[in-house]
Design a protein around this ligand. Structure first.
Ligand code: ADP
Ligand code: MG
Length: 258
């Protein structure tokens, strides 16, 4: 059975069509990037997958079951992550498990330690969020979502506010974490390089209303092991150019809504 299915999903607000109906199947453990220009409807798409918005038409299915309200299977990581300033880094990660009655206090402590180690923040467990970098705060958000037990990570331009070096570092980290934890990831970005470097498959959307315009199988082209060497190679360059070409075809920048 298919894992995550978009079946003629669309969204409109009143007269405004934001996302035109489209079909897509995402495999379990797949890393999919949604690439599209700013304002095209990517966040709206993500909110639908997360259950924060209802599609205006069509259905979203997880293992054949219709998705509706938010639940812990889908965890969101946003661009500007608001860690609770009154909780330590470890406290913020543990907060993701607050509704997990199936876990004992000892298990929660153990999971907190495990996911902090996974994102490389063991030494910062007792730090306060406002004392660590933006990149570290995004790693806290990833750890919290994983600790909560999410099987799908929904990431909405999570590295958008970071400088280029931190961004590249977190891209490598995210790819490593995803391969280790075998989570399904839907990653929204307007950045062609980021989509090409991270994803197994890139889904390109046009400007608003977002229409699915291309599906590009990245792993078939550059393999699943992503390193900085891959990023400098000819295959990656060709892939990036192909995606740029698709994105340019979506609209001229002056016409963009946002
Ligand atoms: P992106 O994340 O790709 O930049 P969004 O999904 O945030 O795009 O927004 C897509 C379009 O939908 C924008 O033009 C925005 O103004 C519109 N939009 C988003 N949310 C609402 C809403 N609640 N009501 C009306 N229009 C909305
Ligand atoms: Mg957005």
């Amino acid at each position: 059975m298919s894992y995550l299915v978009f079946d003629q999903v669309s969204k409109r607000y009143g007269e405004t069509e934001v996302v035109a109906p489209f079909d897509l199947e995402v495999a379990e453990g797949e890393f999919v990037a949604f690439l599209g220009p700013s304002g095209c409807g990517k966040t709206t798409l993500m909110r639908m997958v997360g259950g924060l918005e209802r599609p205006s038409s069509g259905r979203l299915l997880l293992r054949g079951e219709a998705l509706q309200s938010p639940d812990r299977r889908r965890g969101m990581v946003f661009q500007s992550y608001s860690a609770f300033p009154w909780l330590t880094v470890a406290g913020n990660v543990a907060y993701g498990m607050r509704y997990r009655r199936d876990l004992s206090a000892a298990e929660k402590t153990e999971r907190t330690a495990h996911f902090l180690a996974l994102v490389g923040l063991t030494d910062f467990a007792q730090s306060w969020p406002n004392r660590i970098s933006g990149g570290m705060r995004q790693r806290v958000a990833i750890a919290r979502t994983l600790a909560a037990g999410s099987e799908i990570l929904l990431m909405d331009e999570p590295f958008g506010a970071l400088d280029a070096q931190r961004r590249e570092f977190l891209q490598l980290e995210l790819r490593r974490i995803q391969l280790e934890e075998r989570k399904t990831v839907i990653f929204v970005t307007h950045d062609v390089e980021e989509a090409a470097f991270l994803a197994d498959r890139v889904i390109v959307f046009t400007r608003r209303p977002a229409r699915l315009m291309a599906r590009v199988d990245v792993t078939a082209r550059i393999g699943s092991d992503r390193t900085l060497d891959i990023r400098e190679g000819a295959d990656f360059f060709a892939l990036r150019n192909e995606l740029l070409h698709h994105i340019r075809a979506t609209a001229s920048p002056e016409e963009d809504a946002a």
